[in-house]
Structures are given as structure tokens and as C-alpha cells.
Design a protein around this ligand. Structure first.
Ligand code: ADP
Ligand code: MG
Length: 228
């Protein structure tokens, strides 16, 4: 079970993310990707090539298998996220494999080998993930990609941590902001990725990658609530 240590000290809210929590987040992501695989694929059928759910499912099934085989045993939060990223890069084709792979690897690298990670450090890892995605894919908010959900989610997490929110509340704020970013992709015309080939015909559909990003933050909130 995930463990989230909350030690109040002189009004401070010190929240620590450990390996068990990180694992439970990854398991939550894998379960929800599996659950929504067909939905993600349908979204991609409308404005892409109908494989986003399949791609994400292949990647996170491989992650699950590695964890079941013990590859994650004894790893720190950062090392676990790096393992997730490397697994996605090596098993997922398309745009989303390298992009999500980079995101998780950058987040893992940002956390280093610390066994316990503060909310501030976790916020830094989310920012590093976003920077990695933007360096690789060159998408900005408004291009109708996963960046449209990732930017508001990361910003909301950072802002919540800055004002002293608990990890779980910061995760809830990130999830909500990510959902809003996702909804905002519906009226947009895609300017990056496969959907951009459709031009104006991409308008009126929610972006598959922004949808999977929102799922990842929903999973973070659920994992945090379960641990708290
Ligand atoms: P592919 O488009 O290669 O078939 P997927 O279907 O798995 O890959 O993923 C599609 C998603 O990838 C899109 O919905 C979009 O969110 C995201 N995406 C595509 N190109 C970019 C990019 N340059 N930057 C960020 N995200 C991107
Ligand atoms: Mg696709």
C-alpha cells in the first residue's frame, strides 16, 4: 500500500513521497489506461490513426510486467519513474511513446536517488517532465496535444504546493486543471502531430494525448487519497 508521511511541524505541511507511493501511482495509471484503452483509441480514430489506447496499453502492460517480475524492487521513486520512462520508450511506438517516455525519465532524473521526496521536489519533477515533452515535441498550449493538459496540471500542482496545500490537495488541483485543459482542446484545430494533417476537421474532438495526461493526474490524486 502506498504510504504518504505527513508530519506537521510548526504549521508546515511536510509531505513525503516514497517508493511505495510511487509504485501505487504507476499501478493506478496502468489500471486506468487499461480501463480506458478503447475510449482512447476511439478518440484517436476521430483525429489520428486509432492507436493511442493500444499504444498506451502496450506500454503500461510492459511496465506492470516488469514490476511483477521484481524489476522495481528496491528502487527509489526517481529510479521507478526512470524505469517507467525507459519501458515506454522501448515498447510504445508513435508520438506518445517517446513523449511520455521522456516525461517519466526526466521526472525520474529530477528526483535522483532520494528515498523520500518532498512535495516541492515532486513539483520540480513534474516541471522537468513538461520541459522534456516540450523540448522533444515543440508543442505549446493551444496546439491541441498532451501539452494542453500537462501545462495547467503542472502549474496547478506547483501553485498548490507553494501555498502550503497537502500533496493530495495539490494532486486534486492538478487533476482538475488538467481536465480543464483537456476540455479546452475540443474546439481547437490541431497544429502538432498526426491530427494536424486534418486541418479544420480536427476541430470538435478532444485530443487523445491530453486525455491520457488527464488520466495520469487523476491516478495521482487517487493514489494520494488512498495513501493519506
Ligand atoms: P501517433 O500520433 O504517432 O499515432 P499516439 O496516437 O499514441 O501517437 O499519440 C497521439 C497523441 O500524441 C496526440 O493526441 C497528442 O496529444 C500527442 N502528440 C502528438 N504530437 C505531439 C507533439 N509534437 N507534442 C506533444 N504531444 C504530441
Ligand atoms: Mg495515434
Amino acid at each position: 500500500m502506498g504510504r504518504l508521511v505527513v508530519a506537521g511541524r510548526l504549521g508546515e505541511d511536510l509531505t513525503v513521497v516514497d517508493a511505495a507511493f510511487t509504485r501505487s501511482w504507476v499501478e493506478e495509471i496502468a489500471a486506468s489506461i487499461e480501463d480506458r484503452r478503447d475510449f482512447l483509441t476511439q478518440l484517436d480514430a476521430a483525429i489520428g490513426d486509432a492507436d493511442h489506447g493500444v499504444n498506451m496499453s502496450r506500454g503500461f502492460s510492459a511496465v506492470r510486467q516488469k514490476l511483477a517480475d521484481g524489476a522495481g524492487d528496491g528502487l527509489t521513486p526517481g529510479q521507478l519513474l526512470t524505469l517507467v520512462g525507459s519501458t515506454l520508450v522501448s515498447t510504445v511506438g508513435g508520438a506518445s511513446g517517446p513523449l511520455y517516455g521522456t516525461a517519466f525519465r526526466r521526472a525520474g532524473k529530477a528526483l535522483g536517488d532520494d528515498a523520500d521526496v518532498s512535495s516541492e521536489a515532486f513539483a520540480g519533477a513534474l516541471r522537468a517532465a513538461l520541459d522534456g515533452v516540450q523540448q522533444l515535441g515543440a508543442a505549446s498550449v493551444g496546439d491541441k496535444t498532451m501539452v494542453d493538459a500537462l501545462v495547467p496540471a503542472v502549474s496547478a500542482f506547483e501553485a498548490s504546493v507553494r501555498r502550503g496545500a497537502s500533496f493530495a490537495d495539490a494532486a486534486a488541483d492538478a487533476h482538475e486543471a488538467g481536465e480543464e485543459g483537456l476540455q479546452a482542446t475540443i474546439p481547437l484545430q490541431a497544429r502538432k502531430g498526426r491530427a494536424s494533417y486534418l486541418g479544420p476537421r480536427s476541430v470538435g474532438h478532444q485530443d487523445p494525448g491530453a486525455t491520457s495526461t488527464a488520466l495520469i493526474f487523476a491516478a495521482l490524486e487517487r493514489a494520494a487519497r488512498a495513501a493519506g
